[in-house]
Design a protein around this ligand. Structure first.
Ligand SMILES: N[C@@H](CCC(=O)N[C@@H](CS)C(=O)NCC(=O)O)C(=O)O
Length: 210
């Protein structure tokens, strides 16, 4: 059985656990805070979550992990068959993974405090800057889609949705104003109506607390 090392509020892990739920692949959730960070660094030297353990092969990096899952469990597909559409989905996902998430993660905000004496309020201003500029570009990308659809790209979820929903969850947690982003809000709602996305949400993980 696959083992996923994650935590309830681990948005990169939320991408992976939602993909496994969508594909109906059983896995054991192992809580990193519960096993402890020293033990976890033996599993993942970077110390970042998630890690997927496939019979002892330890996959770090949610994007590489999702590609492995997609190649190993192709149904239902999370990437479109058409190369242009596939490129669109990957670009949307990487916008979040590479140009939004790393700029506002907890360790970056903590570093701003430790190294530059930023206050809690300063780090929230920082957070909301990167979140809001990223969301504005994503909303515009969605507005420019050749065909409007229920999910980011199409009538079933793709990797684009897997990255978007945890990002929205995170943005809401830190009081981001979503009123300028109606397409994102509608897609997030459509995704969260699906049991697999619900199963991936922080509040449905073992050890959840606010
Ligand atoms: N690029 C990595 C990002 C992983 C990442 O930043 N995970 C965060 C939580 S979403 C984490 O482990 N934070 C713990 C820490 O910063 O100490 C991936 O996609 O897996």
């Amino acid at each position: 059985m696959l083992k996923l090392y994650s935590a309830p509020f681990n948005s990169a892990g939320q991408r992976v656990r939602t993909a496994l739920h969508l594909k109906g692949v059983p896995f054991e959730f192992i809580s990193v805070p519960e096993i402890g960070w020293d033990r976890y660094r033996e599993i993942n030297p970077q110390g970042l979550m998630p890690t997927l353990d496939v019979d002892g092969e330890l996959f770090a990096q949610s994007t590489a992990t999702l590609e492995y899952i997609e190649e190993t469990y192709p149904d239902p597909p999370l990437l479109p068959a058409d190369p242009i559409e596939r490129g669109r989905v990957r670009a949307f996902a990487q916008h979040i993974a590479c140009d939004m998430h790393p700029l506002h993660v907890t360790r970056v905000r903590n570093r701003l405090k430790e190294q530059f004496g930023a206050s809690d309020e300063d780090t929230f201003v920082w957070y909301r800057h990167w979140m809001t500029t990223g969301l504005a570009a994503l909303e515009e990308l969605l507005r420019r889609r050749p065909v409007a659809s229920t999910f980011c790209y199409g009538e079933s979820p793709t990797m684009a949705d897997l990255y978007l929903v945890p990002q929205v969850m995170n943005g809401r947690r830190y009081k981001t104003d979503f009123s300028p982003f109606p397409l994102i809000v509608a897609i997030d709602e459509a995704c969260r109506a699906l049991p697999a996305f619900q199963a991936g949400m922080p509040e449905n993980q073992p050890g959840y607390s606010e």
